[in-house]
Design a binder for this molecule. Structure first.
Ligand SMILES: NC(=O)c1ccc[n+]([C@@H]2O[C@H](COP(=O)([O-])OP(=O)(O)OC[C@H]3O[C@@H](n4cnc5c(N)ncnc54)[C@H](OP(=O)(O)O)[C@@H]3O)[C@@H](O)[C@H]2O)c1
Length: 297
């Protein structure tokens, strides 16, 4: 018998990647709202961050280990939520990372891990929560996508591929689960003003190429990296602002399928709709930093 008495009116939120960045900001805004029982999750090695921030468990907060790539951890957690809280009402798939590498520098294992984290794990969690949501005829699924899920940038191919995949599956899901009042939303942040750019991962080959002036892709990296870092530093969008957008979306009776998270997301969205595609790509190509020097010996 589920032990949901103390939570009978609170919506149960499962949040992934809550240890830092956007996930941590989402956690903080959720905790200010008494309408939620939050299950904040992070990888085991990152759980101590909650202690460091004096965020402890309470009647409305559980903290649990969850590496989204770990099926056993996913299953155990969903089972516990099912038994003690009566299932997840709101799933926020936030955990993710960005791989920086040109296509030629991504090995199979690296490609799979990026796809597994940003696409396959959110899908697995969605599969885990849907049966109960359908039963309750209520559910909210928030998938943190990216501008990278609507457009691809050089040196970010697999990241974009993972977010495009997330977008495609979420769009299909939006139709599929509407009959049960389950709403799916893709929140699409662009550049966020945070230190998350320091967490960008390199592949074995992209790491080497960035150090090697003779690499044919040396200029690609040395143009794009400072450009992206600069855009993040100049961005007016803080993780807190995006967290509030997430909260607003959850509270909506009929949240939309896509929510742009930042001003650049709105601009790129508009340009993609307004310009002929050929022109759009040409404008973007010639806007890339030092692009005419790319490929130079
Ligand atoms: N920052 C941006 O400009 C930006 C823009 C668009 C979209 N996004 C998206 O926003 C989301 C959050 O990113 P962020 O900017 O907050 O980055 P971040 O500061 O690097 O945080 C990423 C979070 O994901 C967690 N994570 C990574 N792999 C995981 C795994 N296997 N299992 C569980 N947790 C895992 C990290 O946990 P650990 O602490 O254990 O590493 C961390 O909590 C991501 O989906 C990202 O793609 C970010």
């Amino acid at each position: 018998m589920p032990n949901i008495e103390s939570n009978s009116k609170r919506k149960v939120v499962l949040l992934t990647g809550a240890s830092r960045g956007l996930g941590l900001s989402i956690l903080k805004v959720l905790l200010q709202d008494s309408g939620f029982h939050v299950v904040a999750t992070a990888r085991r090695e990152s759980l101590s961050r909650f202690q460091d921030l004096s965020i402890g468990e309470s009647e409305s907060l559980w903290i649990r280990p969850l590496d989204v790539l770990n099926k056993i951890e996913r299953d155990i957690l969903l089972q516990e939520i099912e038994e003690k809280l009566g299932g997840v009402d709101i799933l926020i798939n936030n955990a993710g990372y960005m791989l920086r590498a040109v296509v030629e520098h991504v090995g199979e294992v690296e490609r799979f891990k990026q796809m597994d984290t940003n696409f396959r794990a959110p899908m697995a969690l969605i599969r885990g929560v849907l049966p109960r949501m359908r039963e309750k005829r209520f559910g909210r699924i928030i998938n943190i996508s990216s501008v990278g899920g609507m457009m691809a940038m050089p040196t970010m191919s697999v990241y974009s591929a993972s977010k495009f995949a997330l977008e495609g599956a979420s769009e299909a899901l939006w139709y599929e689960v509407r009959p049960w009042n389950i709403r799916v939303t893709l929140v699409q942040p662009g550049f966020i003003n945070s230190d998350s750019y320091m967490n960008v991962k390199l592949t074995r080959e992209s790491e080497r190429a960035q150090r090697d002036k003779n690499s044919p892709y040396y200029n690609h990296y040395h143009s794009m990296v400072p450009f992206i870092n600069q855009m993040m530093k100049l961005s007016p969008a803080s993780p807190e602002k995006i967290a509030n957008i997430v909260l607003k979306t959850i509270r909506k009776k009929r949240p939309p399928l896509r929510v742009a998270g930042t001003i650049d997301a709105h601009i790129f969205n508009f340009l993609r709709k307004a310009l002929p595609r050929k022109l759009y790509h040409l404008i973007l190509y010639y806007s890339l930093p030092k692009v005419l020097r790319w490929g130079e010996e």
